[in-house]
Design a protein around this ligand. Structure first.
Ligand code: ATP
Length: 614
């Protein structure tokens, strides 16, 4: 009762556009490996989902429910024929949102923070000032019984609370159409009932709500306005829940007394009483059973009335007739410009970096610790003429350390977030390029700080020359190498799964090390093999560190008194011995920058492809 009152209160303050969804003769074909013929998943199905109603798509596993949902939401486009109409609005698709089966949020943010950020990303300051946005959020949280959890971090919410938060987030900009993929999965019977009841209320105020559902209890089943049953790619019933028993009786399938009609329906379409698929598909077309034929006009008119009857008070106090908004062909809540969203996303990334101590604090600590150990290991190799070979080796250690500790987290970065990115970008929170840019802008300073800390410690501890230009060159090289490793890492992470990504990343690192010019000198490689070394960023990183230290008339290193002969005392001898006397620092740095730009650009396109994939 309380829930109903709260829901009505919230819903009355927002006008919903009526958008009926109509699809006709929808066919979906997919290629099946090793088979000449395409598989037909959806076989010319039609249907109407009306505004003001909650529709359940039901059917046995493999019937085509998710395929239909993915086509209607726009996730699947290839292999689809037929027509889909979202009312008569050309941009109606933008008024829809899709709540996926699994609820993914950034774990380090509270419910209130998550709601506030979503509101800021979806609604501009001009169309609703912050104060009103806060009120709206309070109202939505209250309606969805989330007020008590508003200071709880999202990772600590229960399954039911997470589901309600997913719905709350999408209600912020008052969508006209909501698709939900199995909203009751993982919930107990009472939470499932509450969720469907809430959806029914939201629908009753003019929204078109469609969800897939598996085996609902009879009390949940009766909450739906329309049931759309699928079997083997056909529509085998589209009508009200209370008429299912009569419908099946009309083709000779009698529901046993005291049997849940929803269970009976699934048993029938599962073939438990024989294969009636074609008979049901035919009967489902008959107007007397079809809910849309029987109810479409009254339902649409009723929802129009809701729209017309509501006087809408916008945030800045203006009173608008709902009909005015309706005929304007757009919602009154405008999204902020993309640069504002970029700013907000940068803020979110920063907060995440500082709250998630595994992201930065542990990394910083490990870099300091490892730099000290490596510094102690190589000792005075930078100034001791007898240890120049080891000193050269220390540069390889630096390149490998920085490369390896960056490429692996890079591989894992987006796979961890992909479900959230998919949800948010699909529901028009931001454009993917905005998110990607924000991610680059926030991660780059972290790489710069980490590599600088590591290099400064090792530089000083290994007694390298105290000359500013050499130090700066060393730092610049380590920064570019680190950012380049991050680029390759995220590229691999967006084309491969995490297991394969880490494996390929490790193998690639091994090969880059072999071709770096230390384990086998560049001059000892055949021309063909040397060509391969040109793609190894570690080669450029290592060569640049060596050039930074030994070129430009570096002073001779000191040969200890107890050593008779120091072959590498002279810097030019070192460069010549390792075949790097003709190396060009600026060119190498330029190639590193070019490679990182290529990796990061490719990663954007592969990320985009992954986000669009189902
Ligand atoms: N891209 C695809 N390639 C090959 N087969 C596909 C593809 N998409 C769907 N199918 C097949 O189409 C059928 C319907 O799949 P869909 O996922 O829509 O079923 P569903 O009713 O949602 O099942 P469930 O309830 O188990 O999720 C299945 O047999 C599935 O294997």
């Amino acid at each position: 009762m309380e829930l109903e009152m709260e829901t009505s209160k919230m819903l009355k303050s927002n006008t919903v556009r009526s958008i009926p969804i109509e699809f006709t003769d929808l066919t979906y074909q997919v290629n099946v490996p090793k088979q000449k013929e395409k598989k037909t998943v959806l076989k010319g199905i039609s249907g109407t989902f009306l505004p003001g109603e909650l529709t359940a798509i039901m059917g046995p596993s493999g019937a085509g429910k998710s395929s239909l949902m993915n086509i209607l939401t726009g996730f699947t486009k290839t292999g689809v024929t037929g027509t889909i109409k979202f009312g008569d609005a050309p941009k109606a698709r933008k008024l829809c949102c899709y709540i996926m089966q699994d609820d993914h949020f950034y774990a380090w943010f509270t419910v209130e923070e998550t709601m506030m950020l979503a509101a800021s990303l979806k609604i501009s300051n001009e169309s609703m000032p912050i104060r009103d946005r806060k009120l709206l959020i309070e109202q939505i949280l209250e309606t969805l019984k989330l007020t008590k959890t508003k200071h709880t971090r999202c990772s600590r919410l229960s399954g039911g609370q997470k589901k309600r938060l997913s719905i709350a987030l999408e209600l912020i900009d008052n969508p006209a159409v909501l698709f939900l993929d199995e909203p009751t999965t993982g919930l107990d019977s009472s939470s499932s009932f509450d969720t469907i009841k809430l959806l029914q209320k939201l629908a009753s105020h003019g929204r078109t709500i469609v969800c897939t559902i598996h085996q609902p209890s009879s009390n949940i089943y009766n909450l739906f306005n329309q049931i759309y049953v699928m079997s083997q790619g056909y529509c085998t019933y589209q009508g009200t829940p209370d008429r299912t028993v009569d419908y099946f009786k009309s083709i000779g399938l009698e529901c046993p007394p005291y049997h849940n009609p929803a269970d009976f329906l699934l048993e029938c379409v599962n073939g438990d009483y024989g294969d009636y698929t074609m008979a049901l598909a035919e009967a489902a077309q008959k107007p007397e059973w079809r809910h849309d034929y029987n109810r479409s006009r009254p339902a649409i008119m009723a929802s129009d009335k809701i729209v017309e009857a509501n006087l809408e008070i916008t945030s800045n106090g203006k009173v608008l007739h709902a009909q005015e908004t309706f005929s304007n062909n757009s919602s009154h809540l405008y999204p902020p410009p993309e640069w504002m969203r970029l700013w907000l996303l940068i803020g979110r990334c920063h907060v995440q970096i500082f709250r998630d101590w595994s992201l930065t604090h542990i990394k910083l600590l490990m870099h300091i610790l490892c730099a000290i150990i490596i510094g102690l290991l190589f000792g005075d190799s930078g100034s001791n003429a007898d240890k120049q070979l080891s000193n050269f080796g220390s540069y390889l250690v630096h390149t490998l350390y920085l490369w390896y500790t960056t490429i692996m987290p890079g591989v894992l970065r987006f796979p961890q977030e992909i479900a959230i990115i998919k949800k948010e970008s699909f529901n028009n929170w931001y454009k993917l390029r905005t998110f990607y840019l924000a991610s680059l802008i926030t991660s780059t300073p972290v790489h710069i700080i980490l590599s600088t800390v590591y290099m400064t410690i090792t530089y000083l501890m290994t007694d390298q020359p105290l000359e500013v230009d050499r130090f700066v060159k060393m730092i610049l090289t380590s920064m570019m190498l680190t950012i380049c490793a991050d680029g390759l890492g995220i590229f691999l992470g967006t084309i491969l799964n995490p297991v394969n990504g880490t494996f390929v990343g490790a193998v690639a690192t091994c090969f880059m090390m072999i071709f770096s010019g230390f384990l086998i000198l560049l001059t000892h490689m055949s021309d063909f093999m040397r060509m391969i070394s040109y793609v190894s960023p570690i080669r450029y990183g290592l060569e640049n560190m060596v050039l930074a230290m030994y070129s430009n008339n570096r002073q001779d290193t000191i040969c200890p008194d107890d050593v008779l002969y120091c072959h590498f005392k002279n810097a030019a001898t070192v460069l010549k011995s390792f075949g790097m006397e003709n190396g060009n620092y600026g060119m190498n740095l330029g190639i590193l920058v070019l490679q990182l730009v290529i990796y990061k650009s490719c990663a954007y396109f592969t990320l985009k492809r992954q986000v669009k994939r189902q």
